[in-house]
Design a protein around this ligand. Sequence first.
Ligand code: CP
Length: 303
Amino acid sequence: MKGKSLVSITDYSKDDILRVLSAAKEFEKNPNQQILQGKVVATLFFEPSTRTRLSFETAANRLGARVIGFSDAATSSTSKGETLKDTIKMVSNYADVIVMRHHIEGAARYASEVTDVPVINAGDGANQHPTQTMLDLFTIQQTQGRLNDINITMVGDLKYGRTVHSLIMAMSHFSPTFNFVAPNELAMPEKYKLFCKENNIPFLDLKELSQDVIGNTDILYMTRVQKERFSDLMEYERVKNVYTLCASMLGNTRPNMKVLHPLPRVGEIANDVDDTPQAYYFQQAKNGMYARQAVICDALGLI
Ligand code: CP
């Protein structure tokens, strides 16, 4: 029987999202359980990662699974010319679930179509990062006490930032409002703005991260300019430092306001923000472990 892959956040209904978040909350209370004893989780990372790979592997280890895989495709037979299809078919012989990050948009969907083993997308190019979205939702719920009627200001690389694309789609179930703050070169792609319009989600397209915008925000979602997606490095140099959030910009925020970032950060959040009550990105990354425990168990039909 085909497993339950998570390739796009749209693979989850609203009920699925709430069910998996509820399981993640239980894992937060008790992350060490033997639910996955006897299972093998494969982590195939064709692109670099710190948080996603290590939190998936920690999630699996804490639930009693064994982990196989690679963190650098150069050490796999991909470097000898093996196709993605053959790689996935081989790993399917060994593992109960495959977690994959790939630089090509659509690679995770393709992988899920050539195997009966569930595939979890750990990021495919500039397309989707659905498990990041699950941990972002978990964090929003944790900090705001709800998911409904949240104002989210997304800042930075909204063109290539796959985490913001997945988050918009997931939040569409919860009546959000958005501010999209980006320079022209990194503006939110039309298809996501069209998605907002079709789902009656109000949004503003802005160029400046003003005090006024920050003051009316519940979640300030900063993003890194994704150097690896630029074909023209001169263009990257022009926009790389376009926004830097400093502690002095957080003097007049809503009391519930939190700063999130999928990380890694480069220059978009100054170190002095780390000591403000609004900084929440390190706890957000920790939440990835609980969210991924829930996603793995869901993919295996265990919650
Ligand atoms: N947020 C995130 O995907 O981080 P990594 O690239 O370190 O996995």
